[in-house]
Design a protein around this ligand. Structure first.
Ligand code: DC
Length: 230
């Protein structure tokens, strides 16, 4: 069967990475987490002293950006691709709070986005790929055959994020704090100058507020089968 490109975009904490991973596994496609790439650049900046508090040394970063190589390799035990920064496995290091707090700053830099988009387009050249992010259907693969824009009510997303934090042993953060953080990130994602988060005109809208993981997968598979049979 002819391989296609699947672009999944949407707000933070709406489960789109889990969903994209599940879908890729089911249809035998490669899964790429584009957020992990912005996180890897952020880690590079932290490790190379390019942050002074919240101030980012863009000038130095610009000189080094082409030396930052990000790749993904399948972990044979989990079957899930892991992120490598210049050959080193950084899958765990890019998920820390320190990186989470700085990544929005790094992802607003135009030349960083340009380089990431170039690397993402390279990875998707042969199709057969599911990529998730914020600008995949609009900027990275505007010609993707299947585009999904995922959303969920912000209170539902806050509860999911809170459950995740609790399961990791965080008993202090409140629902109100998480909700506020989500609203703040939604605002930043939608209002930044470089590639703001918008639904592509031809993207399918998926509101998963009241869907189980299984129902969501069925919805995706129905759409995928319909598109690939055309
Ligand atoms: O999906 P995530 O939370 O791991 O994404 C991390 C950050 O990267 C988030 O602040 C949004 C940004 N991002 C982006 O600007 N463009 C993408 N294609 C993917 C993520």
């Amino acid at each position: 069967m002819k391989k296609i490109t699947v672009a999944i975009d949407g707000f933070s904490s709406n489960g789109k990475s889990t969903m994209a991973k599940d879908l890729a596994k089911e249809i035998g496609y490669i899964y790429i987490d584009s957020g992990a790439m912005y996180r890897a650049v952020t880690l590079y900046c932290l490790e190379n002293g390019l942050f002074d508090g919240d101030r980012l040394d863009e000038e130095t970063l610009k000189k080094q950006i082409e030396k930052i190589n990000i790749s993904f390799k399948l972990n044979p035990d989990t079957g899930i691709p892991e992120t490598y920064l210049n050959g080193k496995n950084v899958e765990k290091d890019i998920r820390t709070m320190e990186v989470s707090n700085k990544v929005s700053r790094v992802s607003t830099v135009g030349f960083v986005r340009k380089e990431m988009v170039r690397q993402q387009q390279q990875m998707g050249k042969a199709k057969g790929i599911v990529m998730d992010g914020r600008d995949i259907g609009t900027v990275v693969f505007p010609d993707a055959e299947m585009k999904v824009f995922v959303t969920a009510r912000d209170d539902v997303r806050a509860q999911r994020r809170l459950d995740e934090l609790r399961s990791k042993g965080d008993s202090n953060t409140t629902f109100g704090e998480v909700l506020q953080n989500i609203r703040q990130r939604d605002y930043t994602d939608q209002n930044r100058k470089e590639s703001p988060l918008v639904k592509a005109d031809d993207a399918l809208l998926l509101d998963n507020s009241d869907l189980t993981r299984e129902q969501q997968m069925q919805w995706l598979l129905d759409k995928f089968n319909h598109i690939t049979k055309q």
